[in-house]
Design a protein. Structure first.
Lengths: 199, 199
DNA sequence: CAAAAATGACTGACCAGTCAGTCATAAATG
DNA sequence: CATTTATGACTGACTGGTCAGTCATTTTTG
């Protein structure tokens, strides 16, 4: 699985052959089929495993007693770190997971959806907490706000990877999410204490 | 190209064979090679053509004299409509355009970057306009804010496609972008006049 | 009827998946 | 303890199917 993830770093998923993966893993091709039923199965398991690692971290990170702003920032940092460190994995997950993973019938796609939901809901839980404490507007479902924030984190890690000025601080992204890009009736008051890095 | 785009609606890019495309287009396979050098070339040209269509619309939509808020909303609507109507095209563009399109050497990827830049800059131009008129915070480059807003639109069209409540109105997304999800020192004042759809 | 355009049967490269065989290690035997 | 036997994890050459790209032939055009 590590070998595969490594290769996905430089090649599109379906461009990587099992022979390459076997060579990279320093293992015979046949061996792979002792542990995975399929090429698809290997890819899927690698993706899910990586994702579960992140979900685990998310759960450790944030107890239910941590203050909203801190929890939000913390979670964003964890997710963002994973987006960047294990980019190929998430690319598989997001683009490959798009269309149904076919043949086995259901199953694969379904299991994948679960994992994705876990991430979204971890974020949504924190946002819901912010709603309760009156720090977040309650006119939209928490899950949807979570999805938008995740989208921004993704943008930061991928679209803006070659703009180090945007990378500087996650706090800046969270600030944008909380306060928006506009200036209407708000004196751009900082809501988090550690927002110094944005110019 | 239309035939190809049609097929991409239901299959992953590399799963579509040229024989299928030829059949769908009601054309002999050889004919395709009279007009495209490559399978890759066909896909790329289809993608770029679709994208150019959108860029054209973007340019028509918004003269330099349109008021900021109106221009922003208008642009978001156009882009969002395209994201949804021609989803497979953008999926190709975004995920396929990720990694270098290889073999031809440079060229393809480069040309693609240009198109993407066009979209981002169309958005960035409007945001810059908002900065000048004092409606947008000027502490981050317009291009980066543009990228985040585009990311939100993408999220709306793709991640949230099965949540019609999030779909309701683009104005709600623009509102989130401008005012943020937080409630700090702001009485959730609506900044656009047509924000009625958000509950 | 010559030139241009279109065609689709054909080819060869490629690759997921298989399976007959290897060999290092463990268990059984005397 | 030396020797034989059993085990199963591992291997990689092979196969069957797939598909991008070609080109000899047919159709259309002017």
């Amino acid at each position: 699985m590590q070998a595969a993830e490594q290769l996905f770093r430089t090649c599109r998923v379906h461009e990587v052959t099992l022979d390459e993966i076997a060579r990279q893993a320093d293992v015979g091709k046949g061996t792979i089929y002792l542990y995975f039923t399929d090429k698809e199965d290997l890819i899927f398991q690698a993706a899910v495993a990586g994702f579960d690692e992140m979900c685990l971290l998310l759960r450790q990170d944030v107890g239910p007693d941590v203050a909203f702003q801190k929890a939000l920032l913390r979670t964003c940092e964890t997710i963002s770190a994973f987006f960047q460190a294990r980019r190929p994995l998430f690319r598989i997950i997001l683009s490959e997971g798009e269309r149904d993973m076919e043949h086995g019938g259901i199953g694969l796609r379904q299991r994948w959806r679960e994992r994705r939901k876990t991430m979204t809901e971890a974020m949504a839980a924190i946002i819901a907490q912010g709603m309760k404490s009156g720090e977040i507007r309650a006119d939209a479902p928490a899950v949807i706000l979570a999805e938008y924030l995740l989208g921004m984190l993704r943008t930061r890690s991928w679209e803006l990877e070659d703009r180090p000025d945007a990378q500087r601080s996650i706090a800046a992204v969270v600030d944008l999410f909380l306060n928006g890009a506009g200036l209407s009736a708000r004196s751009s008051a900082q809501t988090t204490s550690d927002q110094h890095e944005h110019r």
